[in-house]
Design a protein. Structure first.
Length: 228
């Protein structure tokens, strides 16, 4: 039933959920701010570089949570996605999470038509249609599987359209399409489950806000878009 609902959503919003990376051809940078329980704790930015049919997206995420002045959780992460002819060709990232190193090295194998992944949580092959689970890419709302941008683990997901909703972000009002994104396997450990609310702006193909609850309320909020 959930798969049927997802297909129905894709029929309603074919333009919004098209998988073409070229939708971002005029974007130079997407800046998102990260909040924990309403407090700004850091940022997640994506910078775009285009050259002769190749698009590179550089991600930098940096945030820190303190309790009584003591650091209790932090992430410093840098990643690089490379697309050729609108298809993912390679991805790499290095992350320091609470002083623990995580990494991903992914390359498309043209001979076998699969991704080869070496990551801190998974090493092996992956389907060509899987996507990197980054918040710049609206295709995350149409995919049934994502690859963790921090560890390379493969996660099956279910995306459900909830409703249209007016929201305000930094003084601007948007008519957003609200989705839920959850792990397909409900038996997963709570720490490994996907459980997000996502607000999407279909005219500009932008994810406006992402919210999840894990020892508090976290939000990734679109702060700015810089165009060519």
């Amino acid at each position: 039933m959930k798969k049927i609902l997802l297909c129905f959503i894709l029929l309603i919003y074919p333009q919004a959920l098209s998988s073409h990376v070229s939708h971002y051809k005029n974007i130079k940078k997407i800046e998102m701010e990260i909040f924990k329980d309403g407090k700004n704790i850091g940022y997640c930015n994506y910078e775009f570089s285009k050259n002769n049919g190749t698009i590179e997206i550089f991600n930098e995420t940096n945030f820190e949570v303190k309790l009584l002045g003591i650091k209790v959780f932090s992430i410093i992460s840098k990643g690089r996605e490379v697309y050729k002819n609108n298809k993912l060709f390679s991805f790499s990232s290095n992350t320091l999470q609470n002083d623990k190193k995580k990494f991903v090295n992914l390359v498309f194998d043209e001979t076998e038509n699969v991704f080869n992944i070496k990551g801190s949580s998974y090493t092996g092959k992956a389907n060509r249609n899987y996507i990197i689970g980054n918040w710049w890419n609206h295709r995350i709302l149409e995919s049934e599987t994502q690859i963790s941008p921090m560890s390379g683990s493969i996660k099956d997901q279910v995306v459900t359209f909830l409703k249209k909703e007016k929201i305000q972000i930094y003084g601007k009002e948007y008519l957003a399409h609200k989705f839920s994104l959850k792990s397909k396997d409900e038996s997963l450990n709570e720490n490994k489950k996907l459980d997000f609310e996502i607000w999407f702006e279909p005219k500009k193909n932008l994810i406006l806000k992402v919210r999840y609850n894990k020892m508090g309320t976290w939000e990734y909020v679109l702060r700015n878009v810089i165009t060519n």
